[in-house]
Design a protein around this ligand. Sequence first.
Ligand SMILES: Cc1cc2nc3c(=O)[nH]c(=O)nc-3n(C[C@H](O)[C@H](O)[C@H](O)COP(=O)(O)O)c2cc1C
Length: 185
Amino acid sequence: MKVVAIVGSTRNESYNLKLTKYIQEKYKERLDIEILNIRDLPHYDQDIELDPPESVTKLKRKIAKADAVLWVTPEYNYSIPGVLKNAIDWLSRVEKVMFGKPSWIMGATMGTLGTVRAQQHLRDILFCPGVGSPLLPGNEVYIGAVHEKIDGAGNLTHEPTIKFLDTVVDSFIKWFNQQQPFNNR
Ligand SMILES: Cc1cc2nc3c(=O)[nH]c(=O)nc-3n(C[C@H](O)[C@H](O)[C@H](O)COP(=O)(O)O)c2cc1C
């Protein structure tokens, strides 16, 4: 299954990026995960949405070809980072490539609540008519104190989180396979 991952942090040393790379490597026999770049996207602008810059077209093309989207995001000021909202705004217009595209969400933060408020917002956004992405129910991945759970080499070292991710990946694959009729619309 081809999955594209969109990371809500553009910082080089991002824990969310490290988490995504860890998942990409650990589950590579079961999921083909490609991490997409949203750093180069311009601000969403309705005046150019019919003829957008190449970075937007490329992002949309990759999502259109993928089977599913994995969102991995930090929390910024109780919500998702602006850079992530900006990417979704582009995706919600003209060719609505998220429509019917299965999604699942994870998030990590150095604080204790592990992006719970940001993910609540993200779920609402994915439900919007322009986005319309069916979301893996349950299996909410909130990784708090992430700086204590990922080592210098980018490996997840926190055993309960490692085990939980195993169950979430299983759940996602099972759920995805049940979505096929919707997915093939
Ligand atoms: C602008 C900004 C706002 C933040 N707001 C929150 C917040 O509301 N809740 C929270 O738990 N952490 C918050 N943080 C801390 C981030 O979750 C933490 O820096 C995290 O490591 C960022 O993710 P990254 O490592 O993937 O870049 C904020 C950080 C920044 C830079």
